[in-house]
Ligand binder design. Structure first.
Ligand code: MG
Length: 270
């Protein structure tokens, strides 16, 4: 019993059969690829260790993320990328019939994700308000979404990240928009993105993976690592993005590496 507990507390890289990997702060910073990025993916393909790249940032489509990675020398299929907007659409499609009317407060990528799952976009008589980051936010948009939520539409958020990293520093993220809608409507939304386990669960289902042999790799303890723990996964924090070693240790992350190059070098030696 004791040894079993010890094993769970100290998982090894050799136990990992599947990966769910965050992108920003792990694979790149903005448009700058992390060292050994293409070598890391070559290693995963060779083993092979199937993976899904999962991000809370719903402002791009999976194809746009795949194109971004191609520019960094990495070939990844859009099917290997899960964006919170898609995860939200996929999750809601299980609960609501085809043709359900939804109001989307967010970017074109999110609208597309909802339509792809059979939802009909509308500005009135909707059952759902799905909200995310909108870089063209206006008072009119906030007003419309608020009135619909106040009128009884269910309020769903793709994620609650307060900020997004950018070359200029931390800029307002989805959470900043959600707080405005929450304050005005008096309703707290259900959120799909990390740290809720939903995205990890959808990614595992897609890969046919089990939580005990699947690892979540991320740079943020309050989203990636916390979500991984909620979903029962092995957690790996890289210190190349948001969180530092103290934060990673405080949340009892299973494994901590400086960056993916350090992770790769360690894994190759096993
Ligand atoms: Mg990140």
């Amino acid at each position: 019993m004791g040894s079993r507990l010890d094993l769970r507390l100290m998982p090894s890289l050799t136990e990992i059969t599947h990966l769910i990997i965050d992108m920003d702060g792990v694979l790149y910073h903005g448009d700058r690829a992390m060292p050994m990025l293409s070598e890391f993916f070559s290693f995963l393909r060779e083993r092979p260790i199937p993976f899904i790249l999962a991000t809370n940032n719903s402002t791009r489509t999976p194809q746009e993320y795949a194109d971004k990675l191609v520019r960094m020398g990495v070939q990844v299929s859009p099917d290997e990328i899960l964006v919170s907007g898609q995860a939200t659409a996929r999750f809601l499609a299980r609960e609501y019939p085809h043709g359900t009317r939804v109001h989307v407060f967010g970017m074109p990528a999110l609208k597309q994700a909802m339509m792809d799952e059979g939802f009909v976009l509308a500005d009135k008589d909707v059952q759902l308000v799905v909200a995310s980051m909108d870089r063209e936010v206006t008072y009119e948009k906030l007003k419309r979404a608020t009135l619909l939520i106040r009128g009884g539409a269910r309020f769903i958020a793709t994620n609650l990240d307060p900020t997004n990293p950018s070359e200029e520093g931390l800029i307002p993220g989805t959470g900043a928009m959600i707080v405005a809608l929450q304050t005005a409507s008096g309703v707290k939304p259900m959120s799909i993105g990390k740290p809720e386990p939903t995205m990890y669960e959808l990614a595992m289902e897609q890969m046919g993976a089990r939580p005990t042999t699947t690892a979540a790799i991320g740079d943020r303890v309050d989203t990636d690592i916390l979500g991984g723990k909620k979903a029962g996964l092995i957690t790996i924090c890289v210190l190349s993005g948001s969180s530092d070693r103290t934060e990673a240790e405080a949340i009892e992350t299973d494994m901590i590496f400086d960056d993916i190059a350090h992770l790769l070098e360690t894994w190759k030696r096993l």
